[in-house]
Design a protein around this ligand. Structure first.
Ligand code: ARG
Length: 431
């Protein structure tokens, strides 16, 4: 599905056959993009005065020190980076609907919220996202609507309902037993977990999300306490990996993190209470960490207004600081890291605020950018198509002002977004 670029020229040839008309379309759609510099996230090198040539939805060449041809998108003063990738969002959730307010939101309404969030995320430079948990398969509807070109948004990889134990972080514990409320992904026992995994794939999930420990935002759960048993998690991993799909485990507490890693999950979400052994295990098993270290600031400053329960605020006070220490230790130890924000707790489109915190807590600006591009593409198994600006890959290209290697906060000021060869934002518009 090649969408229009700004200077697409189409040539329609109409071939009339015997008794039937065949419509064939041959199209030439070359776009040139020039800027001050480009970050090659695979080598870590900076390319000065780059010229990127895009044909349809593919990058065909990246050249250095080439004058921009006439008609090029000339992004003076800008740095080109690959389309950004956030590996932990909930597009169908909204930052002003926390705690008991959530109970008034249907899956159908949440899907429409997803349309708005997807657009805001794309405008902020996020061209690929992993959506980790939505009820009513609203995430699948959203992914498909974006892929069909009905609404603008990032390329989505989605989980469907998150899987977890009765009364766990992935259940719905807000109401008394009279209401018989239950999260859609609740499963107890390895075979029940397998059945849930199968059900999610049945309805179109790309990957699996499960809850290895309690959490901050759920009622009556403890972030430090393990929930799914190791055998249950292993069952989910076997079912998912058999289909070539990855598994993400929500895990704050140390024991739950270790059990999830031993069970073979592909990524640990949050990873708040890491110890030496957990870090060693993650390295040994090539487990990727996706640590949402910005969100603590939003929860503690805006949370109460946004409806976050007092219980959750209390838990956040215990988790946030430890998570940042764990982040630093994991970076120092060289564990594989991706960018995961948990946007929906804080407003969609503000995801990039986390970059400066990743640098504050131990990464170089290049490492933070790699986490949000090539490392994420590798986690998704999409690195032959996504994650860097290279000939042959899909044309997902973003521009930020100035030099992010000197000031990472420019990631919050994305001014040009191309996804799949189509321009969705250009504040430097002079073409
Ligand atoms: N969804 C996560 C939970 O409820 C959010 C944790 C946010 N806090 C943090 N410090 N990362 O557990």
């Amino acid at each position: 599905m090649y969408r229009k670029t700004n200077n697409r020229k189409s040539l329609m040839a109409i071939l009339v056959g015997v008794g039937s008309a065949i419509l064939a379309q041959a199209s030439v759609a070359v776009t040139y993009i020039s800027a001050d510099r480009l970050i090659d996230v695979e080598t870590g090198k900076v390319i000065e005065s780059p010229l990127v040539t895009v044909d349809g939805n593919r990058i065909v060449s990246v050249e250095a020190d080439v004058p921009a041809p006439e008609g090029a998108l000339a992004l003076a003063g800008m740095t080109l980076v690959p389309g950004l990738m956030d590996m932990h969002v909930h597009l169908t959730g909204s930052s002003d609907q926390h705690g008991y307010r959530r109970l008034a939101v249907t899956s159908e309404r949440a899907a429409i919220t997803g349309v708005k969030s997807a657009r805001a995320s794309l405008k902020a430079g996020f061209t690929t996202m992993r959506n980790l948990g939505a009820s009513g398969y609203a995430d699948i509807a959203l992914r498909d609507a974006i892929n069909d070109g009905d609404v603008p948004g990032p390329r989505l990889f989605v989980s469907g309902p998150a899987i977890g134990i009765t009364g766990g972080h992935c259940d719905n514990n807000l109401l008394t037993h009279e209401y018989e409320a239950r999260g859609q992904g609740v499963a107890d026992g390895p075979w029940a977990v397998r059945a849930k995994v199968r059900e999610n794939f049945k309805y179109g999930a790309d990957l699996i999300k499960m809850c290895a420990t309690g959490g901050v935002m759920s009622r009556n759960t403890e972030p430090g306490v393990q929930q799914l048993a190791e055998e249950e998690m292993r069952a989910a991993v076997v079912e998912a990996h058999r289909r070539g799909a990855i598994v993400a485990a929500h895990a704050h507490g140390t024991e739950g993190i270790k059990a999830a890693i031993r069970a073979g999950v592909d990524s640990i979400e949050h990873a708040s209470f890491l110890d030496r052994e957990a870090i060693r295990l993650a390295k040994k098993n090539d487990t990727v960490l996706s640590m949402d270290i910005y969100v603590t600031e939003y929860i503690l400053s805006e949370g109460e207004k946004a409806g976050i329960m007092p219980e959750s605020l209390e838990k956040e006070r215990k988790v946030g600081g430890r998570q940042r220490e764990s982040f630093r230790a994991a970076v120092d130890a060289g564990v594989k890291m991706v960018f995961g924000s948990d946007a929906s707790i804080y407003p969609h489109g503000q995801n990039a605020r986390q970059f400066s915190r990743m640098v504050e807590f131990g990464m170089t600006p290049l490492q933070a950018l790699q986490a949000a591009t090539i490392n994420s593409a590798r986690l998704l198994g999409q690195d032959t198509r996504l994650g860097s600006i290279r000939a042959g890959k899909l044309a997902d290209i973003v521009a930020v002002p100035g030099n992010l290697l000197e000031d990472i906060s420019v990631m919050e000021r994305v001014s040009f977004v191309m996804k799949d060869g189509q321009v969705f934002r250009n504040d430097n518009r002079d073409f």
